[in-house]
Design a protein around this ligand. Structure first.
Ligand code: ITT
Length: 182
């Protein structure tokens, strides 16, 4: 049994689908803990794991993700959650009004505490920011992100398809490989 510590139901939907599909039991643990501000997702995950160690029984998983927009120097990046809650998707689209270079990358870093050992797994996907929101599925920034080589946003495709292409799906493949080796 792996406890996925998150308040984000969209993340849980994606992660539980993949874990259960691979035969691992999974449960959502909605614990709110302070996330310290760091320069990288990896640092955020390490500090969060240190805070949670000893407070959760058994193996657990956490996920810190962000959207890194090239023309904005990687913003919102580690501030993605705050930016989503404040200026939102419309605000991000406004920042990119008349900006030609719309390249962006979604990144995900998982922290897995397995039998007392902490291990990190990362994944990323390149893509573009759309001109307007498209699609009703997914969560967060999905309606404004089109992965490279595709035409639909992450909000316009089913979860299983997003999992095959996404930062989280790629990072979780590495988690699954690790778990299968144990
Ligand atoms: P936790 O409880 O797991 O921390 P959170 O929503 O606060 O949930 P993050 O800090 O990792 O998670 O997320 C940063 C922001 O990026 C947040 O607004 C998410 O909705 C968004 N985000 C993360 N992964 C995403 C994805 O796959 N698609 C769209 N938006 C995503």
């Amino acid at each position: 049994m792996i406890r996925f510590v998150t308040l984000n139901e969209g993340k849980y939907r994606e992660v539980s689908g993949m874990l259960e599909g691979a035969g691992f039991e999974c449960e959502m643990l909605a614990i709110d803990y302070p996330e310290i501000q760091c320069d990288t997702l990896e640092e955020v995950v390490k500090s969060s794991m240190a805070q949670l160690t000893g407070k959760i029984e058994g193996d657990f998983l956490i996920d810190d993700s962000g959207l890194f927009i090239s023309s904005l120097g990687g913003f919102p990046g580690v501030y993605s959650s705050y930016v989503y809650q404040t200026i939102g998707l419309e605000g991000v689209l406004r920042l990119l009004q008349d900006v030609e270079n719309r390249a962006a990358e979604f990144r995900c870093c998982f922290g897995l505490c397995f039998e007392g050992r902490n291990v990190l797994f990362v994944g990323g996907v390149q893509g573009m920011i759309t001109q307007e929101k498209r699609g009703e599925g997914g969560f967060g920034y999905d309606p404004i992100f089109v992965p490279a080589g595709a035409e639909k946003t992450f909000a316009e495709i089913p979860t299983e398809e997003k999992n095959k292409l996404s930062h989280r799906g790629k990072a979780l493949e590495k988690v699954l490989e690790f778990l299968k080796e144990q």
